[in-house]
Design a protein around this ligand. Structure first.
Ligand SMILES: [Mg+2]
Length: 168
């Protein structure tokens, strides 16, 4: 696979750096977001106040949000209970199938849609394969397990490529 598929379009410290003003300046009207370690920690079942305000700001700007998670049904259902966003569990990222399904349901176009996520090999790869913008955020918690640590180590190469490419 081409290296470009693993390089985010933009890297942020956290989702709060992704402002409605920024999204609109990039012509983004549809945000498909990962949940775990992107919006909240694995252990947080519900969004907190700060996150709810961020969702409200996006909504006020006319930006639609959806949840695209590889986690299970229960996790997504409880998290989304009050939000009532279009949401998919076991999305199979980096597969594009659910992305295209969501975009179709929401009336989104490739040119005005992004994925926000904390994993290069699922979220970023999924977005780039789908031909939509990939906004990468630093994981809220660093992985403690061996596989998670290994993935973060492998991601480093592409984050360095990003900095080389954009000179940030
Ligand atoms: Mg995640």
């Amino acid at each position: 696979m081409k290296k470009e598929l693993f390089i985010p379009d933009r890297i942020f410290d956290d989702v709060y750096g992704i402002t409605p003003e920024y999204l609109l300046s990039e012509n983004i009207k549809f945000v498909l977001s990962d949940i775990d370690n992107t919006l909240v920690k694995y252990g947080d079942r519900k969004p907190g106040e700060k996150l709810l305000s961020w969702f409200a700001e996006l909504r006020a700007a006319g930006i639609k949000t959806a949840l695209i998670s590889n986690n299970n049904k229960k996790r997504v259902r409880i998290f989304n209970k009050d939000l009532k966003f279009p949401a998919y569990h076991r999305s199979g990222k980096p597969s594009r199938r659910v992305v295209f399904k969501l975009m179709d349901e929401m009336g989104a176009k490739k040119s005005n849609t992004c994925i926000i996520g904390d994993q290069i090999f699922t979220d970023v790869l999924c977005a780039k394969r789908a031909g939509i913008r990939a906004f990468f955020v630093t994981s809220i918690e660093s992985p403690k397990d061996l596989f998670g640590k290994l993935k973060k180590k492998l991601e480093k190469k592409f984050i360095e490529e990003y900095h080389k490419k954009y000179g940030e």
